[in-house]
Ligand binder design. Structure first.
Ligand SMILES: Nc1nc2c(ncn2[C@@H]2O[C@H](COP(=O)(O)OP(=O)(O)OP(=O)(O)O)[C@@H](O)[C@H]2O)c(=O)[nH]1
Ligand SMILES: [Mg+2]
Length: 211
């Protein structure tokens, strides 16, 4: 079992199915009529990987309604992973999910920061049980073939249905695996920085910097 409880924040506009997704993965439950989330809710979840590893997560369910949008940036601070959810039948929700991912990437320091220090970023289509219009399919195909193009760097693109459960556990297992790898990368990054600092190398870089 992982020593750390990983913080996983779920974002996306209202009605894309964030709460439904988390209720499906945490409790294997689905309700057709749900109240909008107010503020933030938490769901505990432990992913069990095929190799026997268990990864403990705290899933943060944010409110998609516009009036809560300002609050969200406080929630994703110190997140280990971000899931930006969209409704597979809505191109608008896909564009919004990409905007969230882009903003979060910039908030964490964008390309100025070592990739090891960024959270895992997942773009996730929900409601794949519903039929999609042609333009939505085209937009999703474009994103799927190059998700990093419009959303900033994306760790992976997933598809699921909270209603049927299709793809849900897979997505969280995949995130769990990536979290373990990211934890290892961060340790390596920290050790490398410590070696550079103790050898005086970092100070000499800072000395030469005109910034
Ligand atoms: N067909 C279908 N409907 C879904 C699915 N997931 C959620 N829904 C429905 O979509 C509606 C909104 O779901 P919520 O989970 O409340 O959406 P949300 O993103 O949490 O919304 P906010 O809390 O307002 O941000 C509900 O009526 C759900 O039953 C899905 O995979 N398929
Ligand atoms: Mg909700």
């Amino acid at each position: 079992m992982s020593e750390k409880q990983f913080k996983v924040v779920v974002v996306g506009i209202a009605g894309v199915g964030k709460t439904s997704l988390l209720e499906r993965v945490a409790f294997n439950n689905f309700e057709m009529y749900k109240k909008p989330t107010i503020g933030v809710d938490f769901f505990p979840y432990t992913a069990k990987l095929p190799d026997g590893n268990e990864v403990v997560m705290q899933l943060w369910d944010t409110a998609g309604q516009e009036r809560y949008a300002q609050l969200n940036s406080a929630y994703w601070r110190a997140a280990d992973a971000i899931i930006a959810v969209f409704d597979a039948t809505s191109t608008y929700s896909l564009e919004s999910a990409c905007q969230y991912l882009h903003k979060i990437y910039e908030d964490f320091g964008g390309s100025k920061i070592d990739p090891a220090l960024h959270p895992i970023r997942v773009l996730l289509a929900n409601k794949i049980d519903l039929p999609r219009g042609e333009s939505t399919e085209d937009a999703q195909r474009d994103i799927a073939t190059n998700p990093s193009g419009t959303c900033g760097p994306v760790t992976f693109y997933g598809r699921c249905s909270a209603l049927t459960g299709e793809g849900v556990v897979d997505v969280f297992e995949r995130i769990a695996g990536k979290l373990l790898i990211a934890q290892f990368d961060r340790k390596v990054y920290k050790q490398r920085s410590e070696v550079l600092i103790s050898s005086g190398h970092l100070e000499s870089i800072v000395d030469k910097c005109s910034c």
